[in-house]
Write a protein that binds this ligand. Structure first.
Ligand code: PLP
Length: 319
């Protein structure tokens, strides 16, 4: 499919057709949503970023005074987005997602697995709660987990990560269990303008063609690297739940983490995750005391496993 960058399409016989103004819908976005909907098993809606999708879900389905139960240790930026919304009367409490969610909350926000602690939520316990359940499955991807099949009401992905997969497109997606929720979210998206542009949607469509191949290979490499890191004398803790290409591990302290970061030759010292190129960074720089000072997060790419291990080994010598 080629990219149609039009913002307008002519009416037919005086009536708007399927496409008439880009903010409502455009062909590349609709095709990408069709593919994403198949992958997660429900109607999908794209947004300008994962954070944009988070904002849209909170604002479309909650109102002042409502409470979100957010998984402790979930993506730092999700908590920051909610902090911004607290000025508008939203309340947020954190809980251990391995346990049942607290009573009396209005939306449950899980992450599978959490970034960078890599805990897995108790999906059955959350599904038994009367509140709606969102699962941010950015790290698991639909290749490993389809949360709607486990009772979730919404799946959210930063499509910037594995789904697009090449570190060149910023997008978010929400896949809904119910058609009426998708209709409400789409209405909110059009009115708020948190929309996905055609070009990133095109890159996403291309990335999706290799999603399964990429994720399976990244998972295999991550599992092997996690094992080797476990046995490394400079590594204290390795967090890897066995699905996806993301892992984290601890070296002695923040200085040791900095030395590892700056000694890398093949693996990029950069943020983000889910791309074909491996990246590693110390998370304390962004998350402060919320994470162990020596925590390093590694997103495993598609490079040959032995080259990745060689790079990690030589960088860990500096730790
Ligand atoms: N959810 C998770 C688990 C993430 O890791 C991120 C970004 O790192 C986001 C959501 C936000 O996505 P975006 O950066 O596309 O806004």
């Amino acid at each position: 499919m080629s990219v149609d960058r039009s913002t307008i399409w002519p009416y037919r016989d005086g009536e708007p057709g399927e496409f008439y103004y880009q903010r409502y819908a455009h062909p590349t976005g609709v095709e990408a949503e069709r593919r994403l909907g198949e992958l997660d098993g429900g109607p999908a809606l794209l947004f300008a970023s994962g954070a944009g999708a988070t904002t849209a879900l909170a604002l479309a389905f909650l109102s002042p005074g409502r409470t979100i139960a957010l998984a402790e240790g979930a993506y730092f930026g999700t908590g920051v987005t909610f902090q911004e919304l607290e000025r508008w009367g939203l309340r947020v409490i954190e809980f251990d997602q391995r346990e049942p969610p607290p009573e009396g909350v209005d939306l449950i926000w899980l992450e599978a697995p959490s970034n960078p602690f890599l805990t897995m939520p108790d999906l059955e316990a959350a599904a038994a709660h009367p509140a709606r359940v969102v699962v941010d499955a950015t790290v698991a991807t639909p290749i490993h987990l389809r949360p709607l099949e486990h009772g979730a009401d919404f799946v959210l992905h930063s499509a910037t990560k594995y789904l697009a997969g090449h570190d060149d497109a910023q997008l978010g997606v929400v896949v809904c269990r119910r058609e009426e929720d998708a209709a409400r979210l789409k209405e909110f998206r059009t009115r708020s303008g948190i929309v996905a542009a055609p070009d990133p949607c095109f890159l996403l469509l291309r990335g999706l063609k290799t999603l399964e191949l990429r994720v399976r290979r990244q998972t295999e490499s991550a599992a092997e690297l996690a094992q080797r890191l476990e046995d490394h004398p400079k590594v204290a803790t390795v967090r890897y739940p066995g699905l996806g290409g993301l892992l984290s591990f601890d070296v002695a302290d923040e200085d040791a983490a900095r030395r590892v970061e700056t000694s890398l030759r093949l693996i990029a010292n950069a943020t983000s995750l889910g791309g074909v190129d491996s990246v590693l960074e110390s998370r304390a720089r962004w998350e402060g005391e919320r994470v162990p000072p020596g925590l390093l997060r590694l997103s495993v790419g598609l490079e040959p496993l032995d080259e990745l291990w060689e790079d990690l080994e030589q960088a860990l010598r500096a730790a």
